[in-house]
Design a binder for this molecule. Structure first.
Ligand SMILES: [Zn+2]
Ligand SMILES: [Zn+2]
Length: 308
């Protein structure tokens, strides 16, 4: 237990020191300045080659989403995720240790050239995330959390990182085992992470850059906007692609009936959805409690009244 307590407390201070160090020391291997740089780059593109010219350059919820960006990229790790995930990994390794398993590696790729490992990591991770994203739309419980991302009503690059912290836990947990099974020799996933973040910013940005046939490979604003459409013929959505659009074309979930430049975004009753950060963070839990109450069967309700 002492071991876990130590991991818990050092995780906070370690991450705090790391973040502070990042902010004070700009360098090429620095997440903080890369995030800032990528954001500035796509915002400038929105100013220079806007898709919806009428949309304000500082669009609706620009600052809210800017805060989400910083929160989901750094602060959530600082306030808890780093500690929770370090403990989770330790507990999982201890559990495996009970069966005499010291590592999960089933595919040895560490002898491959670095570029091949990075490419494999990028493709495998993106495919797992495509599946997780589908799950977020198909599970009623998870959809309540994913709705935060879909509450965006005016699209721009920063909408990329508007999502509930619960999603981080779902994605990381599901990704962990398959990625641990591949024996990547590369210690740092920096390049893949930065590349995927750039494509995510691109998908959500208010820009139009013709991709030609590359659009069948990479996700893009013209495709992803349909993922955010308020009205879709399919109950659980379409275009689940994160970085790559190819999975949607392969599995028949691609949907782009026409130019989606000015379509309405969100979901049914999005106008009533909370507009502020803290309220959006709490709402999925509230909604779960509300549904639990309202989905009681008449028999349950009668019993409850009897007991009251
Ligand atoms: Zn979605
Ligand atoms: Zn999105």
């Amino acid at each position: 237990m002492e071991k876990y307590r130590n991991i818990f407390s050092t995780s906070f201070t370690d991450y705090g020191n790391y973040l502070w160090h990042e902010m004070l020391n700009p360098s090429w291997g620095n997440y903080f300045y890369w995030l800032l740089g990528i954001s500035l780059f796509f915002w400038l593109l929105e100013v220079i080659v806007p898709w919806r010219e009428q949309q304000a350059r500082i669009r609706q919820d620009f600052w809210l989403d800017g805060f989400y960006m910083f929160f989901n990229f750094f602060l959530f790790s600082l306030v808890g995720f780093n500690a929770i995930s370090n403990i989770g990994v330790q507990a999982f390794n201890d559990f495996l240790g009970l069966f005499g398993i010291s590592n999960l590696v089933a595919f040895e790729v560490h002898s491959w050239p670095v570029w091949a490992q990075l490419l494999t990591l990028f493709i495998v991770r993106d495919f797992i995330q495509w599946n997780v994203h589908r799950l977020l739309h198909h599970s009623d419980y998870l959809w309540r959390f994913h709705k935060v991302h879909h509450s965006v009503q005016q699209m721009g690059f920063a909408a990329h990182l508007r999502f509930h912290w619960g999603e981080t836990i779902v994605y990381r947990t599901i990704e962990y085992i398959p990625l641990a099974m591949i024996g990547f020799g590369i210690q740092d996933f920096f390049l893949v992470h930065i590349f995927a973040t750039s494509i995510g910013h691109f998908n959500h940005s208010n820009i139009y850059i013709p991709l030609g046939p590359l659009r069948y490979l990479f996700n893009n604003p013209q495709m992803h906007i349909w993922h955010h459409a308020k009205h879709l013929p399919h109950q659980h959505g379409a275009n689940y692609g994160i970085s790559l659009s190819v999975w949607d074309y392969l599995f028949g979930t691609a949907y782009m009936p026409e130019d989606g430049r000015d379509i309405e975004l969100g979901f049914e009753d999005v106008e009533q959805y909370p507009k502020r950060f803290m309220e959006q963070q709490l709402y999925p839990f509230k909604e779960s409690i509300l549904t639990e109450i309202t989905t009681e069967t008449p028999a349950e309700k009668a019993k409850e009244l009897e007991n009251a």
